[in-house]
Design a protein around this ligand. Sequence first.
Ligand code: D41
Length: 716
Amino acid sequence: MAAKSKVPPPVDSLTRSQARVEHKRLALEIEAHNERYYQQDAPTVSDATYDALQRRLEAIEARFPDLVTASSPTQTVGAAPARGFAKVQHAVPMLSLGNGFSDEEVAEFVERIRRFLKLGADDIPAIVAEPKIDGLSLSLRYENGELVRAATRGDGFTGEDVTANVRTIADVPHRLNGHNIPTACELRGEVYMLKEDFLALNKKQQEAGDTVFANPRNSAAGSLRQKDVAITASRPLKFFAYAWGEMTDRPAGTQHDMLAWLKDVGFIVNPLIELCHSVDEVLAFYRRIGEQRATLGYDIDGVVYKVDRLDWQERLGFVSRSPRWAIAHKFAAEQAMTILRGIDIQVGRTGAMTPVARLEPVTVGGVVVQNATLHNEDYIRGVGNDGQPIRDGIDLRVGDTVVVQRAGDVIPQVVSVIIDKRPASAKPYAFPNKCPICGGHAVREEGEAVRRCTGALICPAQAVERLKHFVSRLAFDIDGLGEKQIQEFYDDGLVMHPVDIFTLRKRDTRATKKLRDREGYGEVSVRNLFAAIDARRGIELNRLIFALGIRHVGEGNAKLLARHYGSIESFRSAMTEAAAAQTDEGNDSEAYADLTNIGGIGDIVADAVVEFFAEPRNVKALNDLLEEIEVLPVAQARSDSAVAGKTVVFTGSLEKFTRDEAKASAERMGAKTSSSVSKKTDLVVAGPGAGSKLKDAGKFGVKVISEDEWLKLIEG
Ligand code: D41
């Protein structure tokens, strides 16, 4: 079921020149898919579609053998290594696997082996059947039992050196244990990620606005191929061993015994692997594994059969790049056509808005599917994380007929659109710029895929998280009011907004269910809680600003803001002024310029602060809170410094420090900085080439000093 509904003519009916044209087109297309699959971990077509292209190319070459060239995708495996990692030559190439899709093809595979080995009619070769893990293959080189090199498969001959990354995978032994350790060996297998780990990782990535992966395979590949090894280490990668390359000594004579040896020396070997003795047994294994597939914990895309005896494997050898003694029996892609009925937006705990496809319910591989993730607004438009087109760049519209797939993936994907069936009335989907939960303004930061609700303090989707943050250690830090209590109070409707914490006592006498009657709360603990809350009615400005949970405003930025504005009133009025002046074109107000002029506060932080104040209900939540608390001046780092409370202007080309450093040092000393000289300016620090500001200083009678004098001033 491909998006383009045209069925190609049978290969038998092609003329030579038609075949040549199609061969070239297919080769180019397959290479492009290889590149996206192997280099970018971002395939744009399903495995089934890819296999179909490859098969057609093979059929054309079978009929017109002179079209075969060394560079044809049928003669090469995958794609050459990506830039960034060193290349590693495999001592023995990593072969690829021929595919079978039907019972007949499997029977034929066994028959071919029997003929080749000239076995008698009743002589059925023992066959090892292994689940085919959907991960990425890896070759591990051990010398004298020590892991010395780990390489990806690459094109089968040359892979990428990922040794440092692989050393972080717990399933990969750094040293082989036990007996019969060859002097040198390449041990091979599959790196993969558990489905649940993939889901958890994606959730984290999504919330952080980072790359979301389409499936566990891409997630494993992306996690392994990180330049920063610490990132790989933080990802839950796993490894199954199942093959080998170079081996100075062979510790066993059969595939099955080799697997036992791999386990012996410290690897994890898939426990579902079985030794079979007939085609029927092999097919029964295939069906049993197919039934278990959904509950396995990891993705598999088929089963691999291998001749058990290694001497027979050797005799059988290989054709082009695939062994004659092994075959992959692939599962049919689980796809179905249905109709996209709507697109809903879910709002996460950090305000991230995730679109979800509402589908006309359809059974895909035995499971009823009615939702599919759509990741983000670019994905709906047909653009991947890397800016590459997905679904051939076709956007999704409500009313579209789409193909959904559960290709082992836990989450169904919308893999293509049947463009011919698009209703004339279907309109491009307009991603909402308002939060569907609270109606708050939703913004997308530059370079981010995710759009977020800015209703930090008031959006129910975010409320609990915000409240937990509000009481956290660096914010209000209220004794006896931690995450657990906040969750309970929120669930019971006792605390919905920050101010509710400070009105608890007032409401307690009237509340139907008095606090002290709650489970776990006695007279004393309630009294203690109220006392702890009262103790925090006086709060330093920097803690208050941090507690608001404005995106990008951590503890450090909260301090910078607090020091610069000095009081909640001046912070609030400046920010509401900047918010009121905000237009679609951006921020162009004195208040905004003043904000970005604070050393250490860049555009991203400034924009986030202004967005927060652009939401009137955030301002209301803050104002309500201010009715109950008293804001103390920020703990001035150096209120005793010579420049505390002064307004300083830096001008000219500074040579001793950058402008940002200069501003930060001034703010640290309790001074304010400004970009223009006025009568309010106390001090001008001038570097070489200072111009009009020096003149202004003269006009207003402001003291001018050099960079060196400034350094002396703040150091003294
Ligand atoms: O589980 C797998 N993905 C798997 C892949 C497996 N269990 N066995 C495999 N055996 C081989 C040969 C027979 C060539 C040693 C493989 C692969 N190859 C393979 N994976 C990707 C390309 C080839």
